[in-house]
Write a protein that binds this ligand. Structure first.
Ligand SMILES: [Zn+2]
Ligand SMILES: [Zn+2]
Length: 471
């Protein structure tokens, strides 16, 4: 991460005087709202059993505050400022048939990649936005403004349907067209609790909804105009047949299905200081924590976070002895000397969840393990090791190394680990495209010296891991 990203960029003049870089996003650092969020994040970190002065997380409160404030800057933006001055008379565009409403027909901007924050759990979610409008009164709007207006409402705590409605009515109000149509394809990571994850570790994936909102001639859900609009979207391979009903939207955030977030007995009582801290974060973002949809959010958020409590999982290695299996006794007492060479053993696609300690957002994916040995280590034991190091504040590089070292201590040295992960924090920093992932590798013993051993393992990996496949 560059210095600019940290918000601490300085220019040093020849005489040694430091200047604030003019490129620095002005203002956020040191503002009362930012400081309040930083204090609240410190409470959350301490509630997780962390030392807030530990090197890796010292700057986490500021990073979280900065990401949240930038991710909700829409509260301070006005649609008027964006649209005013970008309305153009239609006359003069008549020759450009089919372009920017030149003949008064439907104008569509498709596939805008944006993100927002889920008001139910405070995690970022991604969406593709498709906007259409039918110009009227000789007014067309600069096309880039449609995306910017959508982003004003995305950069708030949202749910998909309200987001679509707000974008639609704002565009209608300021452009005054014959009608506006908005379709959003949203996806939210589908997270499990620690308990449900241990029962079914393959519970990774996406919760998806497709919502729409229409004004003017688009108010009629079944009208011809929607038909035209959907035809243009389908043209790009978008399936609009299964538009969501209100009910399925209500449960789109996994935190809404309470059973997946029941407090475990291990975690005991909910830490009320942490709940108050999340309440204060919501207030600092410019929201009202008493708004109906936000009332349960602090408790939901803390329950989710407590999955990553520093001491929430027993290490299950105690007592396990890896059978090197060189010699063995037959039932009749005869000693059998085993001449089989050590083989490359692999266990691929072990699922994990973890929490990025830099941004306090989840990352998740699969772990692939290779080692030399006579016998395979039980898959359940390897999965326990992955869970143990996964369910805490982490960085992917350290997670990879810790799993490698632990497996190495079992098998005596020759270990290779590959982790493929999707990072939620990349969504909220606007750098993740749908389906991108990060891979890390750790090699110990023979694997560090022998490229052939590495190649043999890497070639055995599955082509695509399903956890964060696109679409
Ligand atoms: Zn959510
Ligand atoms: Zn991160």
């Amino acid at each position: 991460m560059g210095a600019l990203d940290e918000g601490h960029f300085h220019a040093v003049l020849a005489n040694g005087v430091k200047l604030e870089c003019p490129l620095q996003p002005q203002g956020i650092e040191g503002q009362p709202e930012t400081l309040a969020i930083e204090d609240a994040v410190k409470v959350l970190l301490q509630g997780l059993g962390e030392d807030i002065n530990r090197e890796g997380i010292k700057k986490t409160p500021f990073r979280v505050a900065k990401a949240l404030r930038e991710g909700t800057k829409g509260y301070k933006q006005k649609v008027k400022d964006i649209v005013e001055g970008a309305l153009f008379p239609e006359a003069g565009l008549d020759a450009a048939v089919g372009h920017a409403g030149g003949v008064g027909g439907l104008v569509v901007v498709r596939d805008l990649d944006l993100f927002s924050y889920c008001e139910s759990c405070l995690l970022p979610f991604q969406f593709k936005c498709h906007v259409g409008y039918i110009p009227s009164g000789q007014r067309v709007v600069g096309l880039s403004k449609l995306s910017r207006v959508a982003d004003v409402f995305a950069k708030r705590l949202q749910d998909p349907q309200r987001l679509a409605n707000e974008v639609c009515s704002a565009l209608h109000h300021w452009i005054k067209p014959a009608g506006v149509a908005v379709v959003l394809q949203c996806r939210h990571i589908c997270f499990p609790s620690l308990e449900s994850f241990l029962v079914d570790s393959n519970r990774q994936g996406w919760s998806k909804v497709l919502v729409r909102s229409g004004s003017g001639v688009f108010e009629d859900d079944r009208g011809d105009h929607w038909g035209d609009f959907f035809s243009l979207l389908k043209f790009r391979g978008i399936n609009t047949d299964n538009l969501q009903t209100e009910d399925s939207i209500a449960s789109w955030c996994p935190s809404q299905s309470c059973s997946s977030l029941e407090l475990s007995s291990k975690n005991g009582q909910l830490n009320s200081g942490m709940v108050t801290a999340v309440d204060s974060i919501i207030r600092s973002l410019g929201e009202d924590p008493l708004r109906e949809e936000l009332v349960g959010t602090p408790i939901r958020f803390v329950k989710w976070l407590m999955n990553f409590h520093n001491t929430s999982l027993e290490m299950k290695l105690n007592g396990f002895v890896y059978g090197r299996g060189v010699d063995s006794l037959k039932a009749n007492g005869e000693l059998v000397v085993n001449h089989m060479p050590e083989r490359l053993q692999t266990e691929v696609n072990l699922s994990f969840w973890s929490q990025c300690e830099h941004h306090l957002l989840p990352f998740y994916g699969v772990v692939h393990i290779g080692y030399f040995g006579f016998n395979p280590i039980p898959k359940s034991l390897l999965q326990s090791i992955v869970h143990f190091y996964g369910f805490k504040l982490q960085v992917q590089e350290r997670l990879t190394r810790q799993i490698a070292e632990t497996v190495s201590s079992l098998v005596g040295g020759d270990v290779i680990i590959v982790i493929e992960a999707g990072h939620t924090c990349m969504i909220s920093r606007g750098i993740e495209k749908f389906g991108s992932s990060t891979a890390t590798i750790a090699v110990l013993g023979r694997f560090s010296a022998d490229p052939d051993a590495r190649a043999k393992f890497l070639q055995s990996l599955p082509n695509s891991s399903t956890a964060f496949a696109a679409s």
